[in-house]
Design a protein around this ligand. Structure first.
Ligand code: FAD
Ligand code: NAD
Length: 480
């Protein structure tokens, strides 16, 4: 209830931007009773991104991987307020944050609010990079949020239904049934794999007339796909894709996109270049991350951030360089760590510990101040001494509480789904030993790992039910 969330003036106000991996893991672990917490995000739910590629084909339904933020803050409701809005600019010198609520329901325009904060955590993630390549923004689909997956799912069926229309000439039908995926990182690989599965397991059966022309092409600028995985898993993935009949074009850099053709520059084995034209029906663009506008705005205002391109520069305590009272985590930062859910989660847990410590330090400080007042007022020497001893003991505790440790990342490994019930895994044990595996057993591991990582029991159950449903009935091929 609104009354319960009234700010307590004796507590500091902590504003958290975002409801993704970083911010939500912070929210889960923080002792919310120590702060007035305000969460601001345009998305009122947490999204389990590892299963987002599965939503593009209906292997998993999108609501199964969404968890309402209200359920995250339910137990902390007395101390947490949520605003469905975007952080648009930060006045870091005066500790003010401007947020903008875009009202989509009655088209009444956007409303702006200014929030005062003591501490601010920026966990806004990233947007898709296009490198300014002409035509990408207008013609490509991306894969970052739920509406992206819904759009792709709709377009797949739309292209297939149009291609089944008998009057089309061969060239047009082939183009409509050709999906080009740009970017051979994990997002591009997992999407291509999911789409080919959809075709092999369902579409081929339900709509046999499209079978001979359905085609998926994965385009990657580097010499191989999954550059962050070990060599043997890269080779295994490329071989599996060959068996699955996914065309992989490596050393091929996309330069231009129009509404029906991708133009790329391919480097041939002898080092010469050639221009490749790929007519497409569906284009999915997955070339990695770029900074969001609010992050770019911060980078341009804070002098210490001027040289950063990829995101906010932070120190080893995740404090945004050149500011006081602002921390950042996850994909919106530029650090030595990869932009993954794993990193963002560990950073969120770290920050929760840090804020719990800061709150404890505040309590100790005020207790010490009170005791010092009592000591000053004490008339007999014995009680004066006892109180001072207590002050000293609390001061020692305060020093310990204030001595914060820097953030340390512990890499557990990387997993990716590569289609036909196979996955690849680069796992790390005891911080140094590595174990690489690929195949069907790894896929079972992939499934159980992701099920155990799902946000809630409700999510876990829904995902398992989706998988069972697809096993029994196949994927739903109706066009929404
Ligand atoms: P996000 O989780 O992206 O959250 C950002 C939040 O900020 C969102 O709630 C967003 O709505 C909100 N926001 C945006 N703009 C604003 C604003 N202006 N003001 C306030 N809030 C804002 N990583 C893995 O480790 N394993 C995987 O298997 C994996 N699979 C992936 C699959 C896909 C398809 C994708 C796209 C990514 C995957 N990742 C995976 C990467 C992982 O999802 C990201 O690294 C992770 O989401 C980063 O967490 P974050 O909290 O920084 O940002
Ligand atoms: P990425 O940055 O990992 O890969 C993008 C790829 O696109 C690169 O290999 C790059 O060489 C290629 N590329 C860039 N411009 C190109 C062009 N013009 N033409 C052709 N190729 C081009 O991006 P991603 O796959 O979206 O992943 C983003 C982050 O999310 C990564 O850190 C990744 O590890 C993480 N992620 C992890 C998983 C998983 O663990 N299963 C799944 C998805 C994403």
């Amino acid at each position: 209830p609104a009354d319960q969330a009234k700010p307590d003036p004796s507590k500091k106000t902590l504003v958290i931007l975002g409801t993704g991996w970083g911010s939500v893991s912070l929210l889960k672990k923080i002792d919310a009773s120590q702060y007035n917490i305000i969460v601001v995000s345009p998305r009122n739910f947490f999204l389990f991104t590892p299963l987002l590629p599965s939503c593009t084909t209906g292997t998993v339904e999108h609501r199964s991987i969404m968890e309402p933020i209200r359920s995250v803050i339910r137990n902390k409701e007395a101390h947490v307020t949520f605003y469905e809005a975007e952080g648009t600019s930060v006045d870091y010198e005066n500790k003010k944050l401007t947020i903008t609520e875009t009202d989509n329901h009655d088209n009444s325009g956007s409303t702006t609010k200014v929030l005062d904060y003591d501490y601010l955590v920026v966990g806004v993630g990233a947007q898709n990079s296009t490198f300014g390549i002409p035509g990408v923004q207008e013609n490509a689909c991306f894969l970052k949020e739920i509406p992206d997956a819904q759009k792709i799912r709709q377009k797949i069926m739309d292209r297939i239904e149009s291609a089944s229309f008998k009057n089309l000439d061969d060239e047009d039908r082939k183009r409509l049934l050709h999906t080009v995926v740009v970017g051979g990182g994990p997002t591009g690989v997992e999407f291509a794999a999911e789409l080919q599965d959809f075709f092999e397991e369902d579409l081929r059966k339900w709509i046999p007339e499209i079978a001979k022309d359905f085609k998926v092409t994965l385009v990657e600028a580097l010499p191989n796909v999954l550059p962050s995985f070990s060599k043997q898993l890269i080779e295994y993935t490329e071989k599996t894709f060959k068996d699955e009949k996914i065309t992989v074009l490596t050393k091929t850099m996309v330069k231009k996109v129009t509404e029906d053709t991708v133009t790329a520059e391919a480097t041939k084995p002898d080092g010469t270049k050639e221009i490749v034209q790929l007519p497409y029906g569906l284009l999915v663009w997955a070339t990695g991350n770029a900074a969001r506008p609010v992050v770019r705005d911060m980078m341009s205002r804070i002098p210490a951030q001027k040289n950063s391109r990829r995101g906010l520069l932070v120190n080893e305590y995740l404090v945004v360089e050149g500011t006081e009272g602002i921390w950042a985590l996850g994909d919106c930062t530029a650090t030595k760590f990869a932009p993954t859910a794993q990193v963002a989660t560990q950073e969120g847990i770290y920050l929760a510990g840090l804020f719990n410590q800061l709150a404890q330090a505040d309590v100790l400080e005020s207790e010490i101040a009170q005791l010092e007042n009592i000591a000053r007022a004490a008339t007999d020497e014995a009680s004066h001494k006892t109180i001072l001893a207590e002050v000293e003991s609390k001061a020692r505790k305060l020093r310990r509480t204030r001595s914060l440790l820097p953030f340390e990342y512990s890499h557990q490994g990387s997993l990716a789904y590569i289609g036909s019930d196979k996955a690849v895994a680069d796992l790390t044990f005891w911080a140094s030993s590595n174990f690489a595996s690929g195949g069907r057993l790894t896929y079972l591991f992939w499934r159980s790992a992701y099920i155990s990582m799902c946000f809630s029991t409700r999510n876990r159950l829904l995902v398992v039910m989706d998988w069972l449903k697809v096993k029994v009935f196949g994927r739903d091929v109706s066009r929404e």
